[in-house]
Design a protein around this ligand. Structure first.
Ligand SMILES: [Zn+2]
Length: 373
């Protein structure tokens, strides 16, 4: 399989067959986020790729992810606070078919789960570390559960590695990139609970049914939470789960719903909790969430990153843009320097047709090297 890829590459000759063979090996590890064993295998693969090329690596264990492995690597041994931190991930979303873990090269296009989101970007980050080893101040967090919340990135930071001095470069993308995102939205889940008076369903007049109270609260949320127009980057809230009652002939004593909120404020976790509580009039608790993060789009480092990106990708606008999704820049809430989300030529993240253009590996890596040297 790999031999045939190398052969195909040797015939076209546009890019390094060695890179495609290595990347294909990484893509063939089915490191679906929920599979800690395969994610550990991808982490070990990356560690040995880097160590065999002289780059210092540290495997950490993430307590909030049942001790799964997560890799931090840097161009100087034990570099805790580099000038530049790459943030990327080695886990992928599930695939409809196991075939997606057999990388397929057609011309310059490599198809596989993770080719877009985001192993190809992570691979270029690793190549940049090799090129800059001993010559620049760069660290890289290779998260192993970004697609299910990203607590592995948090645990690297908690253990003292990877908070940068100048810039965070997020190597991650679900789609083709045109602009450069410098922020991401927060995402939180709240449990809203209504309490009532339980009793026999044949005697509703002497009970207080919390399901009605909860239903009214859901409607209040629909009507009173600030509205957002299509395309706007504003907060939004949605009821996603409703639960209550355990018996068909009994009015329960409580009912609850989950409300998912996406928000732009760095202190949004508590602000939004208080707002949901005020609108619904019901007890509202944070289940889990990650804050919003926002880099400084006017910082000289960010402007230089945009300029360098434009030089390497003249067809892209490379203009600054607020991000609407969530990625692992979420753990850098409070960082005041440059944050930039970058990706090579690729598309189709999470879809059944995920690809990257391997003829761009060299260009994308060169751009990262130029930014960090
Ligand atoms: Zn991703």
């Amino acid at each position: 399989m790999l031999a045939s890829i190398v052969l195909a590459v040797a015939l076209t000759g546009h890019f390094a067959g060695e890179d495609v063979a290595q990347l294909s090996e990484l893509l063939s590890i089915p490191s679906v986020s929920d599979d800690a064993g395969e994610c550990d295998r991808a982490t070990e693969w990356m560690k040995s790729y880097l160590e065999s090329r002289g780059v210092w690596c540290k495997v950490l264990y993430a307590p909030e992810a049942n001790g799964r492995k997560v890799l931090y690597a840097s161009t100087v041994p034990e570099l805790k606070n580099p000038d530049y931190t790459f943030v990327t991930h080695l886990d992928v979303v599930a695939a409809a078919s196991a075939e997606m873990f057999k990388p397929r090269l057609e011309g310059n296009i490599l198809y596989a789960r993770g080719a877009c989101d985001t192993k190809a970007n992570a691979f270029c980050g690793a190549k940049a570390l090799v090129a800059l080893n001993g010559k620049a101040s760069v660290g890289c967090i290779f998260a192993s559960n970004e697609e299910i919340g990203g607590s592995t990135t948090k645990s690297v930071l908690d253990q003292g590695y990877g908070f940068p001095k100048k810039a965070i470069i997020v190597l991650d993308s679900g789609t083709k990139k045109d602009k450069i995102q410098y922020s991401c939205m927060g995402c939180s889940y709240y449990k809203v609970t209504a309490y009532g008076k339980a009793g026999h369903a044949s005697l509703p007049e002497i009970c207080d049914n919390p399901i009605y109270t909860l239903a009214e609260a859901a409607i209040k949320l629909r009507d009173n939470y600030p509205k957002r127009e299509p395309g706007e980057r504003k907060n939004c809230a949605a009821v996603t789960i409703i639960s209550g009652g355990e018996s068909q002939n009994r009015i329960p004593s409580e009912a609850s719903m989950t409300v998912n909120v996406r928000f732009t404020e760095e202190d949004g976790l508590e602000k939004e909790r208080a707002l949901i509580e005020k609108i619904t009039g019901l007890k509202t608790e944070l289940i889990r969430g990650t804050p919003a993060a926002c880099g400084d789009p006017a910082s000289p480092d960010f402007l230089r990153i945009c300029e360098t990106a434009k030089k390497h990708y003249p067809d892209r606008s490379c203009a600054p843009e607020n991000g609407r999704g969530a990625n692992d820049m979420r753990w850098f809430c409070g960082f005041r320097g440059a944050i930039a989300c970058l990706a090579m030529n690729l598309d189709g993240g999470h879809s059944d047709c995920e690809w990257c253009d391997v003829s761009d590996i060299g260009n994308f890596t060169d751009m990262l090297v130029e930014i960090c040297k």
